[in-house]
Design a protein. Sequence first.
Lengths: 118, 110
Amino acid sequence: QVQLVQSGAEVRKPGASVKVSCKASGYTFSAYYMHWVRQAPGQGLEWMGWIDPNSGGTDYAQKFQGRVTMTRDTSISTAYMELSRLRSDDTAVYFCAKSYSSTSFDYWGQGTLVTVSS
Amino acid sequence: QSALTQPPSASGSPGQSVTISCTGTSSDVGAYNYVSWYRRHPGKAPKLMIYEVNKRPSGVPDRFSGSKSGNTASLTVSGLQAEDEADYYCSSYAGSNNWVFGGGTKLTVL
């Protein structure tokens, strides 16, 4: 069965960076884009961008351009999302989500809480 | 892109139907038939309920249906059950390889 297992909670100070991992299993990792979505406390879901595990190609939401980097390691079926120059309003649960039919997201990781606090 | 607009809350009694709206623009919801809906129980990962406006993934009961008119998409949950109490989010493709989500609707089963 398809599973996306994310790394554990992180605490960072403002200005630091964080890297979240998402290990996929149960399907061909390189065949489906992986998206990253976050949810700040009391807020809705926010799309951050995607990575094509096959080519390594990426596209990021304009809001995160210059601060986010999505990478992958196909040898271990793992996608990564690194967010730099963290601010307090980056405190959120970050999800990876597998692309479905190129139009939606059918499997999601369990979420990784990133807390940015001085 | 701005977030899609959803009502903050909706409610219904067991067995009743409830409809949740999702309003976007002519650049996202109105432009593409790529609206999807997700259910999220507290502390859990979102679950895909509807994709491409009105298609149900395998395993999603036919009590869930979707539609779209112009810039507004809708999710209807029929025969409400206690397990349907959750937060629901819409999403739409917004062009240029970008996606946008709604702010979420808390569905309460009375």
